[in-house]
Design a protein around this ligand. Structure first.
Ligand code: NAD
Length: 455
């Protein structure tokens, strides 16, 4: 059995769930496969109505889901409210997407035959998800998988088991029996999913994602993997320092820095002192504490191990000559709290500037010019998102041209995702086709090319 405990109150056992093995996983996949064979043949309008009903069911369970997200993964209330609202919107969006054109026609090869393409579902999509967006990530995978005619077996992170089961319950009430199920468990359960499904969509860390992608390739099934980031915010000399500092502080420390899109490097062009000072003030103004309070900006990190990792990274950075600007210690309370931590005085190739820590920790790097800023921002193994803060259009365009991340956000925080636009990274951050928006169709269906010659 696996325990999921509340990170702000570790003696609060949220749920105890089975660590499912290959037999249980194979059984869920088979049930889903049978249901999916009928589901993909339903009229598109019937699938649209079912997904809309799932959205209704999620909307009516919103308050309960929000409370569960806060309790199980320590997400601050305001962010949990936003995440659940987004989840409902995602289901409504993909309900309508079932009615989109699903193919093309081509000129007849001989003047009489019809030549056309159409999209067809794979069968069962296995979804392996992290704990940090416990409703939105399963939703942005499950809703398109279902919309384009697949069944779904979701393997959530153990730390988010209760939220995943409630999400699936809401959806299952609107869907055919067995079409959408959850298999709880750890990495072995995830491996069993990859071994049994017809396509796999993963979100999580780079090592786990690479293992999943290799196993999927060995089976010859489609795979997409969205993984970590080491995201930079570039601040040019003309930026409004006070405004930018507030935006970056929230992007770096919101939800205790536990977002793949969190800012972990601030790259300042020119004199770094004014921005550094404003950033320290903005970070220190954030309210750290009980995530159930409306005013809280930063809750706990997910586990004691995660807290130790942040504190160890801080110590290592200091030992290498880094200057602690603020934070660097445990937070108050019985949970896994860490004070939001800012460090400067390190080189861009220092480990803390290169590797994802996944906590409320961020380094400030000073560079002489824009060309160096670009090289520093691009100079990591990851490629998820970069922010640029400037009011100069020429500089904006030249940086957009040079940045190699999958997402580029001008005068916007690195954290922030629009569910109706393509989402994904480059380099180590991503493998396979993009998620979200209409781009999801590419992954959750395949193209058949059909020739119909007249007799
Ligand atoms: P994780 O990699 O530890 O786990 C993710 C999921 O994979 C879990 O369900 C886990 O049980 C499963 N898993 C682990 N090893 C596996 C294996 N060998 N085979 C199959 N399944 C396996 O990640 P986490 O700690 O849950 O989440 C944090 C990570 O997720 C961070 O690196 C973060 O950047 C990343 N993340 C990325 C995005 C994105 O869209 N790019 C979004 C959110 C989180």
């Amino acid at each position: 059995m696996i325990e999921s405990r509340s990170p702000q109150q570790p003696n609060d056992l949220v749920v105890l769930v089975p660590d499912n093995g290959i037999e249980a996983v194979a059984e869920s996949v088979e049930l889903s496969r049978v249901a999916a064979a009928a589901w993909r043949r339903l009229p598109a309008l019937a699938r649209a109505q079912a997904l809309d009903a799932a959205a209704d069911s999620l909307a009516s369970a919103s308050t309960e889901l929000i409370d569960l997200v806060v309790r199980e993964v320590g997400k601050p209330l305001q962010e949990a409210i936003g995440e659940v609202a987004r989840t409902v919107a995602i289901f409504r969006y993909y309900a309508q997407a079932t009615l989109d054109p699903d193919g093309e026609t081509y000129p007849s090869p001989d003047g009489t035959a019809m030549l056309m393409s159409r999209r067809r579902a794979h069968g069962v999509a296995g979804l392996i998800t992290p704990w940090n967006f416990p409703v939105a990530i399963p939703a942005w995978k499950a809703a398109p998988a279902l919309a384009y005619g697949n069944g779904v077996v979701l393997k959530p992170a153990p730390e988010a088991s209760a939220v995943a089961m409630r999400l699936a319950e809401c959806c299952a009430s609107a869907l055919p029996d067995g079409l959408f199920s959850v298999v709880t468990g750890g990495a072995d359960t995830g491996r069993a999913v990859v071994e049994t499904v017809d396509a796999v969509s993963f979100t999580g860390s780079v090592p786990a994602g690479n293992t999943v992608a290799s196993a999927a390739a060995a089976r010859g099934i489609p795979c997409q993997a969205e993984m970590g980031g080491q995201n930079a915010a570039i601040v040019l000399c003309d930026a409004d320092v006070e405004g930018v500092a507030g935006v970056i502080a929230t992007a770096a420390m919101g939800y205790a820095g536990q977002k793949c899109t969190a800012t972990s490097r601030v790259v300042v062009v020119g004199n770094p002192a004014p921005l550094t000072e404003a950033l320290v003030a903005a970070v220190e103004a954030l309210i750290v504490g009980n995530p159930a309070m409306t005013s809280t900006d930063v809750g706990p990190v997910i586990t004691s191990r995660a807290r130790d990792r942040v504190l160890a990274a801080t110590e290592e950075a200091r030992a290498r000559g880094g200057r602690l600007l603020t934070g660097g210690h445990r937070g108050d309370g019985e949970g896994w709290f860490v004070a939001p931590t800012l460090i400067d005085g390190l080189r861009p190739d220092d480990r803390i500037a290169q590797e994802e820590v996944f906590g409320p920790i961020c380094v400030v790097l000073s560079v002489p010019d824009e060309a160096t800023a670009l090289a520093v921002a691009n100079g990591v193994a990851y490629g998820l998102v970069t922010s640029v803060f400037t009011e100069d259009l020429n500089r904006t365009l030249s940086l957009v041209e040079g940045l190699d991340t999958g997402l580029i956000r001008i005068n916007s925080p690195t954290s922030g995702v629009e569910f109706y636009a393509p989402f994904g990274g480059t380099k180590a951050s991503s493998f396979g086709p993009r998620e979200q928006g209409k781009a999801a169709k590419e992954f959750y269906s395949t193209t058949q090319t059909i020739t119909i010659a007249l007799a």
